[in-house]
Design a protein around this ligand. Structure first.
Ligand code: GAR
Length: 216
């Protein structure tokens, strides 16, 4: 089966993108990163991608009058590189309705909470303020709803007494780096289906879509 051609959208650091690039180096990985696109020209992740020999693109939202025309240009740019599947990895722009419709079933996001809890920004602060004992990250298909859409997989981490936002973020991020490459692998292997808003990943153990942090 041909490798799934993946485009990664970032706005900043790009550590999830780096985890995907690393995973895709394995010859048996069923996806290849063909383009990394950022809406921010100074995003550090762009340089990392270029160093890894991956095509990079910048499409600044500031150059567009409305969200949809930005989204259409992003989409056309990805398609120019042959992208078949789009991965949002710290892409901090709200999409217009057009984008998830155009990429329906071929667009995923990672979010640093156990959705549907704690949507939007300052997610780890929200978790600490709520006093939850468990948090984590979620990979979901993207629909028109902000941080909504069918859940593909989650990784759970403990929230420890005395945690700061930084400590909790770092603990979650370590799990993001495990979870995202795993999920992209499943899409590459064409294992993921959606029915009635629920995701099925065929041919993996039933508990494969829930990871637990091995470290406190
Ligand atoms: C990650 O923690 C990701 O889950 C979060 O931004 C960070 C990006 O880090 N995304 C969101 O909050 C989306 N709602 P990275 O640039 O190092 O991958």
């Amino acid at each position: 089966m041909a490798k799934l051609k993946v485009g990664v959208l970032i706005s900043g650091r790009g550590s999830n993108m780096a985890a995907l690039i690393e995973a895709a180096k394995a010859s048996d990985y069923p996806a290849e990163i063909v383009c990394v696109l950022s809406n921010v020209a100074s995003a550090p992740g762009l340089q990392m991608a270029a160093k890894a020999g991956i095509a990079t693109e910048v499409v600044s939202h500031r150059d567009f009058a409305d969200r949809e025309s930005f989204d259409r240009t992003v989409s056309a740019t990805l398609e120019k590189h042959g992208v078949e599947f789009v991965v949002l990895a710290g892409f901090m722009r709200i999409l217009s309705a057009w984008f998830p419709q155009h990429w329906a079933g071929r667009l995923i996001n990672i979010h640093p909470s156990l959705l549907p809890a704690f949507k939007g920004l300052h997610v780890q602060r929200q978790a600490l303020d709520a006093g939850v004992r468990l948090s984590g990250c979620t990979v979901h298909l993207v629909t028109g709803e902000l941080d909504g859409g069918p859940i593909v997989a989650q990784a759970a981490v403990p929230v420890l007494r005395g945690d700061t936002e930084e400590a909790l973020s770092a603990r979650i991020l370590r799990q993001e780096h495990r979870l995202y490459p795993l999920v992209v692998r499943w899409f590459g292997e064409r294992r993921v289906t959606v029915s009635g808003g629920k995701v099925e990943v065929t041919g993996v153990p039933p508990d494969a879509t829930l990871l637990f942090s091995p470290d406190p």
